[in-house]
Design a binder for this molecule. Structure first.
Ligand SMILES: [Zn+2]
Length: 243
């Protein structure tokens, strides 16, 4: 039987590392094939350190960002990383680009998807990426789109943790213990040479979410001793036979 699969839709090429690198590494270890789509390199808006170097050009920044993302992806064990190179600040997708993402979704047939918070006034590319992920998920479910292809079921869309959490209206309902793969996530984080100022920040976030994991898994009355975790907000309800 084919492996289970998951799909990450990342607005810029480093976002998947900070926000769901643990989830990626953990599911790869569980035998999932994880595909990451980077809609842009974040070459204009998220590469300040590179732009401060002498003689920098857009092409050089993109090449550098691609290298960093590929290194991070291999540290996490990502099965497949795809760069759509659609430009950032602002990120925009025309209909053809949306169909390209729909093709990926249908091909991957993810058991679950991951993308950004639905609101982000600091970074509209992020919330736009989620809108696109939802729109393309919907198109991938439509029997009338490229009839004859396998249509998509109903994978959960998990929204990963944004920067400046409280400003985004993001509220986690799921905590994932990533302690066993923390070393991989930290190694992936350290591939992001252009954003060194975020390395310790996202280590702190993982420790704080580890605390929430411990508290919500039973606290001192038998909770799991998770040291690092990632939080997610799910968009769709779960369908269950038992609570
Ligand atoms: Zn970003």
């Amino acid at each position: 039987m084919a492996n289970k699969t998951a799909l990450v839709v990342s607005a810029h090429s480093a976002d998947f590392v900070w926000r769901c690198g643990g989830a990626i590494a953990l599911h790869e270890e569980k035998g999932y094939d994880v595909t990451v789509v980077c809609l842009s390199y974040g070459e204009r808006g998220e590469s300040a350190k590179l732009w401060k170097q002498e003689g920098m050009t857009l092409e050089k920044v993109k090449t550098e960002r691609r290298k960093e993302a590929e290194n991070a992806a291999s540290a996490l064990g990502v099965t497949d990383i795809q760069f759509f190179d659609l430009g950032d600040y602002p990120l925009e997708l025309d209909t053809d680009a949306k169909y390209k993402l729909v093709d990926v979704i249908r091909k991957v047939q993810p058991a679950f998807m991951l993308s950004h918070s639905q609101y982000d006034p600091y970074n509209t590319d992020h919330m736009y990426a989620t809108r696109i992920a939802l729109e393309c998920r919907m198109i991938a479910q439509a029997w009338g789109h490229n009839p004859g292809e396998k249509v998509l079921g109903a994978p959960q869309l998990y929204l990963f943790e944004p920067h400046q959490t409280e400003q985004m209206g993001w509220k986690p309902d799921t905590f994932l213990d990533i302690t066993s793969v923390w070393d991989k996530k930290r190694a992936a984080i350290e591939c992001m040479q252009g954003q060194e100022h975020l390395w310790d920040y996202y280590t702190n976030v993982a420790e704080n979410r580890g605390n929430h994991f411990r508290r919500n898994s039973g606290g001192q009355a038998g909770g799991r001793p998770a040291k690092y975790a990632e939080g997610f907000q799910s968009v769709f309800p779960r369908t269950v036979d038992e609570l």
